[in-house]
Design a protein around this ligand. Structure first.
Ligand code: HEM
Length: 335
């Protein structure tokens, strides 16, 4: 591992009008509390963020380049897999490549003849023939190889002894959680730091739901937080690089610094290994982009006003919550 450079250029993640209009705004009501908020995945209307199981959008090249940079710098903490996960890795490879080729034929093609597979990724200029099931025919393990070609982070879970274990992951864009810390943990253990939800029984219900996932019936859910500056990589190991940004937020800077960060998470049964895929596709929208939709601005403000302090603290937004609420006040129409 080379030393992590102290300054990092900010990513070019500005959203086009199209990206703003298809942004996965996560709040259906005016308040927020943890729940088992799952719906069938990839069922959205044409053009929406969840038309397909794995969304490819205008930030594809930026995000793939950022993943390469992070892996070059910090590989050992961002790609981790236990030996029992090889079947699950191949399951993931099959799911990823077949969906991309079916959903984006202009960018990706997959030809299969028995175990002889041929893959083309026009966006990244990759052409590869390989033997399905033979890792020696790929440049890296299947999870890593496919993960370097798909937006989002990917965790593979092993289901055994009536529990789920986080036994493999490619995670370069975590919202303040640590893959090396969580690797090998069980469902309720890695969710240990989350406030309130354990007492509500959310994780017991969520685990039961996940243990019963069925092949070809994937589900999705939203999670959300906020990030200062367009930083996808907010790993706790590099907190010193992004944490201090929070002190920059005030009423004058909110519009350009604060981003609503939404994760569209897919939960899918892996057919051969009986494992579970958990993918985390992160979308960011700057406050001045978000308020182009005044209804979103109003709803976000109401969510922030009523949000439990423990949740605001856990999400790391307490320091600038009041500045943001104040800045959003013009969008509150029922003053
Ligand atoms: C099975 C795959 C899943 C994985 C790998 C996963 C992983 C994680 C991780 C690593 C965290 C951060 C914990 C920390 O602070 O260190 C987290 C947070 C959380 N997870 Fe999960 N999770 C999964 C499924 C679910 C499901 C099905 C639910 C449904 C209720 C859920 C609800 C939550 C909630 C509410 C948080 C707190 C998020 C926040 O307030 O920002 N997770 N999850």
């Amino acid at each position: 591992m080379t030393a992590i450079t102290e300054s990092r250029p900010l990513l070019a993640l500005k959203n086009s009008q199209k990206a703003i209009s298809r942004f996965p705004f996560p709040f259906s009501g005016e308040s927020y509390m943890y729940s088992v908020n799952v719906v069938p995945a990839g069922q959205g209307a044409p053009g929406t963020f969840d038309e397909h199981l794995f969304d490819i959008d205008e930030h594809y090249l930026t995000e793939m380049a950022e993943r390469e940079r992070i892996l070059a710098e910090d590989y050992g903490r961002r790609y981790l897999t236990l030996p029992n996960m090889m079947d699950a890795q191949w399951d993931f490879l099959e799911m990823g490549l077949t969906h991309l080729a079916k959903d984006y034929p202009e960018h990706f093609t997959l030809e299969r003849s028995g175990n002889n597979w041929s893959w083309t990724n026009k966006l990244l200029g990759i052409e590869k023939d390989f033997i399905f099931g033979d890792a020696a025919t790929l440049p890296s393990e299947p999870l890593e190889w496919v993960g370097r070609q798909m937006q989002g982070d990917f965790c593979l879970l092993d289901q055994r002894e009536d529990d789920l274990y986080l036994d493999a992951g490619l995670v370069t864009f975590p919202a303040d959680w640590s893959l090396p810390f969580d690797l090998g943990m069980s469902f309720e253990h890695w969710h240990g730091p989350v406030p309130i939800a354990h007492d509500l029984g959310v994780f017991k219900r969520a685990k039961k739901f996940l243990m019963n996932l069925e092949v070809d019936q994937p589900w999705q859910r939203f999670n959300w937080t906020m990030t200062v500056n367009p930083r996808l990589d907010t790993a706790p190991e590099i907190y010193h690089l992004w944490g201090p940004d929070k002190t920059l937020v005030n009423i004058e800077t909110v519009a350009e610094l604060v981003h609503l960060r939404v994760e569209v998470q897919v939960l899918a049964r892996l057919p051969r290994s009986h494992g579970v895929l958990f993918s985390i596709r992160t979308y960011m929208i700057r406050m001045d982009e978000l308020v182009e939709n005044p209804e979103w601005a109003k709803r976000l403000r109401r969510v922030l006003v009523s949000l439990a302090d423990e949740i605001a603290d856990y999400k790391g937004i307490s320091r600038y919550r009041s500045a943001l609420i104040e800045w959003l006040t013009p969008y509150e129409t029922d003053k």
